[in-house]
Write a protein that binds this ligand. Structure first.
Ligand code: ZN
Length: 447
């Protein structure tokens, strides 16, 4: 590429200027050629990013040695700095840091393939991650063994190849790992689309198969006994019955629909009382259609507590939580979870677990709405490390990293991004009887 006519001092900008100057593809063949060339360029850039990550890591290690930072505190938070610089979560930042180190130490063939644009960054990450638990010598062997398949194997083929080589090289370690994994178990909740969620469990294979077998057997029995119907008489399929049984067995309810749970729903007045289309927002889940939310709140079988949030009419920022059941300061943490929804560290996907003092308590920071940020546990711990500061207001958060790089993100509640806020909140100290589910609410200024 000719770079002589541009010199902004920013290589990315210079490269984009060159690309923008390329003539449009003249036919389909040229368009596909362009796709391939740009893909190759992206891979080469990913290799350059891995180089930069490794250099950053090496400088930080040298600095920490000079400062005699204890081994236990080495490289704390570095993965989040990499994530922030790339607009990724701390988790992805960690994976990219791991990739950079592995490419420079034990995966020379994968590094060469990435630098030449033969393999994608995603596939290079697979190699780094799926060999991470192995000894360095074995990682090098696998890197050499799969070298000619890089760029031709699918991600699934690559994973299987790596696993196969790992089992061959160290059978005992593979067996130990399988045994250790038996102890690992967890249950997760993740949003699906259109008012649905996924509840997934990671558990040993025999137990997982037993769960499904039990659900299938019970569902067959229910269908055979002609008890598999909706309240309106509609016949239910096997999977629907299994899902109902899943809920009933786990919650102890006699019917899946009668689950008791406290579910926090954020709705505009106009959605609750009127007929507008603004979605409601379920804390920790996301938006649900207005009609679904209203039907759901009106369902006498479901015991729910409605909490409504008031918003500043100018920009939709949450300014107070109203509830006859709970008030400040107990409500503060809940309000923060509503305001911030997910951890406020830029690009972090974890849910809010801690109400954090943005200006630390020890430094004179108040326990207040103004000084509170909703963070996940890991981000809350990381901000206490050397060189990190969080600053801002309820509307905006700026995270500054040890290198002095600052990342500012707006912190308006997610619902306010969707809604156009044009309704005034009710007058102060107005009590509103919202009928179902019978909570009287009082509007008050935020503490
Ligand atoms: Zn976080």
């Amino acid at each position: 590429m000719e770079l002589q006519h541009v010199a902004t001092g920013n290589p990315a900008q210079d490269a984009m200027t060159v690309l923008a100057g390329l003539p449009d593809a003249a036919d389909q063949g040229q368009a596909v050629d362009r796709l391939q060339q740009l893909e190759q360029a992206k891979r080469m850039l990913a290799a350059a990013q891995a180089e930069a990550t490794h250099t950053f890591l090496a400088f930080r290690e040298a600095e920490e040695r000079d400062l005699r930072i204890p081994q236990s505190q080495h490289l704390q938070g570095l993965e989040a700095e990499v994530g922030l610089a790339r607009g990724e979560s701390p988790y992805v930042g960690g994976a990219l840091t791991l990739l950079a180190r592995a490419l420079h130490t034990v995966l020379p063939n994968t590094r060469a393939a990435l630098r030449s644009g033969r393999v994608s960054e995603y596939h290079a990450r697979l190699v780094a991650e799926h060999t991470n638990h192995l000894r360095d010598a074995h990682r090098r062997e696998i890197d050499a063994a799969i070298a000619r398949r890089l760029g031709t194997a699918s991600s699934s083929q690559l994973r299987k190849l790596i696993e196969g080589h790992a089992y061959r090289l160290d059978r005992q370690a593979a067996e130990d790992r399988a045994n250790q994994n038996t102890a690992r178990r967890r249950v997760c909740l993740a949003p699906a689309s259109d008012n649905q969620v996924y509840v997934t469990a990671e558990l040993p294979t025999p137990e997982g198969l037993a769960v499904m077998e039990s659900l299938e057997t019970r569902a067959r029995q229910r269908q055979a006994a002609h008890r598999a119907f909706n309240p309106d008489g509609e016949s239910l399929g096997r999977e629907q019955v299994m899902t109902d049984l899943f809920v009933e067995l786990l919650t102890g309810q006699t019917t899946a629909r009668g689950v008791t749970a406290e579910i926090v729903v954020v709705m505009q007045d106009s959605t609750v009382f009127g007929d507008d289309d603004l979605p409601a927002w379920i804390m920790g889940h996301g938006p649900i259609p207005a009609g679904t939310a209203k039907d759901w709140l009106a369902d006498p079988e479901a015991r729910k507590f409605l909490r409504r949030m008031y918003t500043r009419p100018t920009d939709g920022q949450l300014v107070a939580l109203e509830s006859s059941r709970r008030c400040f300061p107990d409500g503060l943490a809940k309000m923060l979870r509503l305001r911030d929804d997910t951890c406020r560290t830029p690009w972090c996907n974890s849910s809010v677990q801690d109400a954090d003092h943005r200006t630390p308590w020890a430094a004179g920071g108040a326990t207040s709405w103004q000084n509170a940020t909703g963070l996940c546990k890991r981000c809350n711990q990381r901000k206490e490390h050397r060189g990190w500061t969080y600053s801002g207001s309820p509307d905006e958060l700026t995270v500054t990293t040890p290198t002095g790089h600052a990342y500012t993100v707006p912190t308006r509640p997610p619902l306010s991004e969707i809604a156009s806020w044009n309704s005034d909140p009710p007058p102060l100290n107005t009590t509103i009887d919202i009928g179902l589910p019978a909570a009287s609410v009082i509007w008050a200024e935020a503490a």
